[in-house]
Design a protein around this ligand. Structure first.
Ligand SMILES: C[S@@+](CC[C@H](N)C(=O)[O-])C[C@H]1O[C@@H](n2cnc3c(N)ncnc32)[C@H](O)[C@@H]1O
Length: 282
């Protein structure tokens, strides 16, 4: 197993979240009516800050895959920072994500007001879709955004060389089945990135998965996964040669789970989260 540290600074662990947005504060000036989960630089704008800033080490996040000439399916694209980074590296990208009519897996924890959670979740997904399209147009991208569930990837997507899962498996009730879907489509590689949370460490060899790591506080966070669990799932699906990379990325907790603002308007803390990326080949 290869271990590699990215360029991000060492620091505190942070959990990833996909839950619906809190209303943006007045200080958060939206350049577009959308949710920017990722920090992104777009022509004609100041940097748009989002909760996760992957700009320091996108290559580690993407497992140092050579994307030149590859057709890529990116499952869970959010506002697309990684879609456009892969495209910049020569990939033809099919970004794939939910739509307001098709939400992800919600854990119905006791006391959850499901109706209002659905409403906020819809707003969040609508905002992410809008932000992706906005960035796409601003960058003159040729990537396409297809809507659907990770459990049923439509035939129109066709075969691809690489499938990526950036910080989405933790949000799925059944990550094993979803990886199986990907294995049917990926000619070469599957790339899985997720947050490395305790009790898992860089040295952990157990194939562990912690159920409901936030103890119901985030009904969209189903699992905390270990790199070894991900490797084993991919091995069973026929992707038996894998490498693991560790990296740190910047997280702005007061944006969580979603946000948008501009540099200079943001005064909250920045921490770094430790993540792992598994790159598995057929
Ligand atoms: C935490 S964000 C990660 C964004 C990006 N991939 C990254 O690595 O930074 C998870 C994304 O997966 C999408 N998602 C969640 N559940 C999904 C599902 N069942 N099917 C398709 N997309 C899903 C969310 O809408 C969101 O855009």
């Amino acid at each position: 197993m290869r271990r590699l540290w990215g360029r991000g600074a060492r620091g505190t662990l942070a959990a990833r979240s996909i839950g619906p947005a809190s209303p943006a504060s007045a200080a958060h000036v939206a350049p577009v009516d959308g949710f920017f989960y990722h920090t992104i630089d777009l022509p004609g704008h100041d940097t748009i800050l989002g909760a996760w800033d992957l700009r320091g080490d996108p290559d580690a996040y993407l497992g140092f895959v050579d994307f030149a000439g590859k057709r890529v399916l990116e499952v869970g694209a959010a506002n697309g920072y990684l879609s456009f980074e892969m495209e910049r590296r020569g990939a033809s990208v099919v970004a794939y994500d939910l739509s307001p009519d098709l939400l992800g897996d919600i854990m119905e924890v006791p006391g959850l007001d499901l109706a209002s959670f659905h409403e906020r979740y819809r707003t969040t997904v609508r905002g992410l879709n809008r932000a992706w399209r906005y960035a796409h147009d601003a960058l003159g991208s040729a990537a396409v955004l297809v809507h659907g569930s990770a459990y049923e990837i439509p035939d129109e997507v066709g075969p691809v060389d690489v499938v990526t899962f950036g910080s989405i498996l933790l949000h799925l009730r059944d990550p094993f089945s979803v990886l199986g879907q990907a294995a049917l489509r990926a000619r070469e590689r599957i790339v899985v990135t997720d947050t490395l949370n305790p009790p898992f460490t860089l040295e952990s060899q157990e194939r562990g998965m912690i159920f409901d790591p936030s103890l119901g506080r985030d009904p969209c966070s189903w699992w905390s996964l270990s790199p070894q669990a991900v490797r084993r799932m991919l091995e069973i699906h026929g992707f038996g040669r894998s490498s693991v990379y560790f990296h740190r990325q910047i997280f702005r907790p007061d944006f969580a789970p979603w946000g948008h603002t501009r540099p200079g308007e943001h005064t909250g803390p920045e921490i770094t989260g430790t993540l792992f990326t598994v790159v598995a080949e057929r």
